[in-house]
Design a protein around this ligand. Sequence first.
Ligand code: FEO
Length: 404
Amino acid sequence: MHCVRKITEDLYWVGGNDRRLELFENMFPLQKGVSYNSYLLLDEKTVLFDTVDAAIGKQFLENVSAVLDGRTLDYLVVNHMEPDHCSLIEDLHLRYPDMKIIGNIKTFPLIEQFYGMNLDDKKILVKEGETFSCGKHTLHFVMAPMVHWPEAMMTYDEYDKVLFSADAFGTFGALDGTIFNDEVDFDRDFLDEARCYYTNIVGKYGIQVQNVLKKAATIDIQIICPLHGPIWRNNLEYLLEKYQIWSKYETETTGVMIAYASMYGNTENMVNVLSMMLAEAGIKNIKIHNISKTHVSELISDSFKYSHLVLAAPTYNNNLYPLMANYIEDMKALSVQNRTVAVIGNGSWAPQSAKLMEAKLSELKNITLLTDNFAVKSALHTEQMDLLQELCDKIVASINEVNA
Ligand code: FEO
């Protein structure tokens, strides 16, 4: 049975949810599933904005057919060519052979690469700022290169003031019937998902996101229709502010995220003692992650969120504990920057990890290091408690500076 919702007089959500997928992109654990949003506009012409992932293809085709209610599909706008949104192009082409596809110069080679489709006279090539009339609705095309693929673009419907924003402003998390932001408790149910999605999928492309935000600021947008997660129809400033913070790599929460690796509990003990010291000193926002049990995507998300990071890990094979090395590599790949970081090492005969972590962190942009080879041998001992308290005091002083 079809499963759709009306957004405006002429616009329908015809997407679907996948609550069975374990790993998005076969990499990111999904705690709450994911939605693939697609939108169908009924005007003098019928226009579909993007398709969905193959996993929900049957539901999607049923949805499109139900909303069309006997009409044919005239146009498909392809805002993004990643397969979680374009997997049904070929099926639509077969069902609606007269359908024309609207895309930009980078869209069509990707359609050819993925699906071997020769579209010939079915292509409509659009450029930045061009418009297309479907009747009473006029569409404007806004290029969004590298947010987060080269062909990404957004489409603005001037009549309803709707921005079809591709991956931008999307979140992980399935939609439970409540598809609009004002029908959900976004802070409670979606903010962590949104941050995790943004930072891991788009996080590297802060400059490109900034460019799109500047373009968006010149348009009167009343509704944002992203390809994942809730549709925004009020309080857009909230979402835009989050995107400003994340894309500028600014701090979202003043506090401390501690990420530790510990083979036998001694490094863990050290960060537990440090966290108590921080709490005693009045720091409230403290989050501890055991990196062996926390997916790196969550560590990245919290690295974007918190102002201060503490990284603690043992030496392993005369090198850095591999999971910690991987986490810092991912921080670099996703452009984590502008953070204040303390590093704690451990090692039983040749402690290397503190120096190795510091060297890796020096490859990130604008990192303020509060430590210089702070290392213990095997476990924290009484004579080092003063040094740990000193480190705590430094973190607190730095947080107070941020708060001042
Ligand atoms: Fe949701 Fe870049 O695809």
